[in-house]
Unconditional design. Structure first.
Length: 250
């Protein structure tokens, strides 16, 4: 074994010790991969928003570690449920506790939308920055990729607080060039602010914020130089069935 293990190797050893799964299987679970949050962080850094990029990467590290433990829990259940139920329960509980600990160490509550809310905060900053530039399609695309193709999920996330204080109020002060990409980016940022301001507490409000998030994704698509809602079946369905097929002109 190398004297200095990588982060993935170290986590794989921890999972192996907690679960009795083969090391190679554990290591495969821990293999680093580039996801939408990592791509957004890279785009933020390239746009001069290094602090926002570092913040997002730290959040992503905690969320990824927790997610890896949850994936390991699924592997444990597949491997041991029928042949060693008692161990399966013990190991699954250990995985769940480790996932919660990873989130708690980073200041997050478990079973919340707060990590995703932090990613939305970063997407808002990216769209706001894109709205000040004549053509920042790559930055807008990185923000767009963070949004799930599920408006109701987006509704829950955008109205969550996240770990740190954050306000979308700066959207009202955004100015920039009148190019199509910049205008669309500012509209997307402004729609995020409106969605975040929708109260919680009823299905009607839940769907209201979901509809506004469809607006966000529509305008972010335009800012990214893509056909609106391309490849986003759930957003298209929400637009057709709950919004009369029309994106408000605002």
């Amino acid at each position: 074994m190398p004297k200095k293990q990588t982060r993935a190797q170290n986590l794989a050893r921890q999972i192996q010790a907690a679960t009795r799964l083969p090391y190679t299987q554990c290591l495969k679970l821990c293999e680093p991969s580039e996801d939408s949050w990592t791509r957004l962080a890279r785009a933020l850094r390239a746009a001069g928003l290094a602090a926002a990029a570092d913040h997002l990467l730290a959040v992503n590290a905690a969320a990824t570690e927790a997610g890896t433990w949850y994936y390991a829990m699924g592997e444990v259940q597949d491997a041991f449920y029928l042949r060693d139920y008692d161990w399966c329960e013990k190991a699954a509980s250990a995985c769940s506790r480790a996932a919660e600990a990873a989130l708690n160490r980073a200041g997050f509550e478990t079973q919340s939308y707060d990590t995703d809310a932090e990613a939305y905060h970063s997407a808002f900053l990216a769209l706001s920055q894109a709205g000040t530039l004549p053509d920042a399609r790559e930055l807008a695309r990185a923000a767009l990729d963070v949004f799930a193709d599920d408006p109701t999920w987006c509704s829950d996330v955008i109205r969550s607080q996240g770990r740190d204080p954050f306000t979308y109020e700066s959207a009202a002060r955004l100015t920039g060039p009148d190019t199509p990409t910049a205008v669309a980016a500012r509209k997307a940022a402004g729609a995020m602010a409106r969605a975040a301001a929708v109260r919680t507490g009823s299905d009607e409000l839940w769907y209201e914020a979901a509809g506004i998030m469809v607006e966000v994704i529509w305008h972010a698509s335009v800012a990214a130089g893509l056909p609106p809602l391309v490849g986003r079946r759930d957003c298209q369905d929400h637009l057709a069935h709950f919004m009369g097929g029309v994106i408000p002109n605002r």
